[in-house]
Design a protein around this ligand. Sequence first.
Ligand code: ADP
Ligand code: MG
Length: 505
Amino acid sequence: MTKEMSYSRIGTVICEQDTPSVMLFSFVVETEESLISARRGEFVSVAAEEGVVIARISDLIRTNRYYQHAEAVREYQSRGEPLRSIFPTDRWQYTIAHAQVLGFWVDDKALRPYFAVSPGASVHRVDDDILSAFLHLDNQGPKLGILAHHELEFTPSIDRLLSKHLAILAMSGAGKSYFVSVLLEELLARTKENGRMAVVVVDVHGEYSYLKDIAPMDLGVDSDTFEIEYIRGSHFQVAVRSLSAEAIGSLVADMSSIQVRDLKRIISKMSAQMKHGFTLNDIIDYVRMDETISKNTREALVGWLINLEETGLFGKESIPDISKTIQPGKLTLIDLSDFISLRKKQIVVSHLVNELLFLRRRGEIPPFLLILEEAHQFCPESRHELALPKTRIETMAREGRKFHALLCLISQRPVKLSTTVLSQCSNQAILRTTNPYDLDHIGRSSEGIDKAALDAITTLEVGEALFVGEVVSVPAFVKIRKRKYEPKDTVQSLLDALRKADKKA
Ligand SMILES: Nc1ncnc2c1ncn2[C@@H]1O[C@H](COP(=O)(O)OP(=O)(O)O)[C@@H](O)[C@H]1O
Ligand SMILES: [Mg+2]
């Protein structure tokens, strides 16, 4: 045995109840003084003739035969002589680790487990190269952080991470947006040769607006690596001529089919006459002038159109022009933090999702990633909530990945997120979540999560994530790395805010 091997040995397999079995084994942990040498969640390996068995420590149990008999312990206790003052109890303390087998590594390939490890076999830390290959990591992939309990950099392959939709779920303050910032840094830093992605962020709280100042230099890449376009919600505009009568109908509560038909006739007449586009006010004028529409329909249509016009979201031209804005290596930030009205946010998202999917289907824009914060507000599970973009997001979730129209949905209330959409997110990054309803929902919606992983989610620290799905072969805990580029004016503490306010007064 080499010196290195003996250093990395952390225990010896024992016979216990029904183990070692194909899926489970236990081992006595080698102790080095008070050092804890094995941790729950850590990957371990056992070398066998057929190949390497890769397992994960699911639990650790400490035991000591001096304390196995309650009566004896009580007896010495009542005499005021602790056991350890009489017997060498410390020497008899040891730790048993339970490990769950994840797979066999044979000839650089992962196989399903099909034999049990031998009692007496040595348990080692997994070699980093094997672990990296076993988890499908890719040294060209985005550097998202460090694998928990290991020194291994977590660099999933971009293909596995983003060729399917991604959901980022956790309670508020767990580090979802921070993780998105890290992901954005990695996507922006990609070179042409590696393949650059077009990214659109719908920034509901203005948390990402700091990125408008980021320069390629800040990320240590060439100056032509990426570009950023920042659009304020108040500048966002939907071209009225791009809207069908049905699309307008879907933006207002319940337009009847007769009303839609009348509107359709008017719009097609206007499209033929007004080649340079028109506004909602133009449509209102046409509706008012049209004698063939019944008075009731006319009044209803005018009312709805005025209501839409008042949002200030509609005009002659589209701003931005999605067909030109979406480019490889470009981040389009749409800052909706000025909007208080949820309906306005929903109109923007609804239009955006529709346009992106339409243009991508026709090959007019490159593959893109649409990042949507507060996803439960835009595609809720409940039918009672008004959600204009819901069906469109569901369509993108179902059909988008075939042509690389990809979604990254973020939510702090997974239980409120449409299950149709959530079940289409083949990759999930789950950060700290304690709400039992949310946990239950997460457990049911992702196949990869077992009870042990679900329990661990409640104990995660801020900035720690559990990755499940296509991206990794088995659920993996990751400490998300620090951002390279920090916002200049981070949220100040309450105390700082109070002091500042007092100074002004
Ligand atoms: N990976 C991380 N490294 C360091 N600090 C982090 C990390 N993730 C989160 N934080 C800290 O936690 C705070 C809250 O994170 P945030 O991403 O805003 O939470 P969420 O979006 O889930 O509500 C951040 O402002 C940051 O200070
Ligand atoms: Mg957030």
